[in-house]
Ligand binder design. Sequence first.
Ligand code: DON
Length: 309
Amino acid sequence: MPCRSNKELNTMVISAKECTAKGKVADYIPALGKANPHDLSIAIHFPDGECISAGDVQKKFTLQSVSKVISLALVLMDRGRGYVFERVGMEPTGDPFNSIAKLETMAPGKPLNPMINAGALVVTHMIKGTSVADRFHRLLSFIHELANDKTINLCEEVASSEFETAYLNRALCFFLKQHQIIDENVEELIDLYTKQCSIEMNCLNLARIGLVFAMDGRDPQSGRQIIPIDVARICKTFMVTCGMYNASGEFAIKIGIPAKSGVSGGIMGSVPGKFGIGIFGPALDEKGNSIAGIRLLELLSKTYKLSMF
Ligand code: DON
């Protein structure tokens, strides 16, 4: 358990920052290419309301793939697990997040899990509502509740930058449509998905969301059960098995906590029953995970014996 010292956390951030030079900011979404590769910040949110942090924690970043855990929680609540897992699987792939390979060779009608792009697109497709705007609003309101912050919104610049360049995600959608897994207009689904990925927040917000998952879906401050226990458990299990893409196995061995990364450099961590973690470090390793963020989690896990295993 961390000794709740900002100073100690700051020392770890300084040490982990050294490896930012070996990473690279994502630029396949052009607007993400503007990030400063040397940034690194972290917040840890405890159930009693205390929060410790280090680095420029006010700096905002977009959720990108971290949003996949949140949209999964929403559709599991909306539709139930039978409906959801008829359409998306539960198995890790060992492939990069945007790969189309397994969709064709293993399960044409069903993406292998909700953390790869093919599966996440199916999940976003399942968000209930009467229009893209209505469905986005429902997701955003859910995030407001999880983070206890109604000011969170999307970054228009990142949303339109991704919408204009999401050729591979469009290809995945057309493949899924051909196999009747989705039946909506592809442009509308890409619009909703890119808006979902462009929801913007800081590390403090992300740590607060991680905390709700860590506490089995209960908001420790209000006592409200925001996410049913079984849904929170499913989400955390996916974070362990597929949260860091094709680096999830190594991450489980070296760090051993449920976590989800995004190409913006965000990582949400949930240490079961203990605390939530929000990290922002935009320099990525070759698998698309924050290079310094992972180093920082390694230091934290070793120092405070956080591994669940
Ligand atoms: O679909 C995409 O390519 C992005 N919006 C999200 C990808 C992502 O964050 C994968 N992360 N490692």
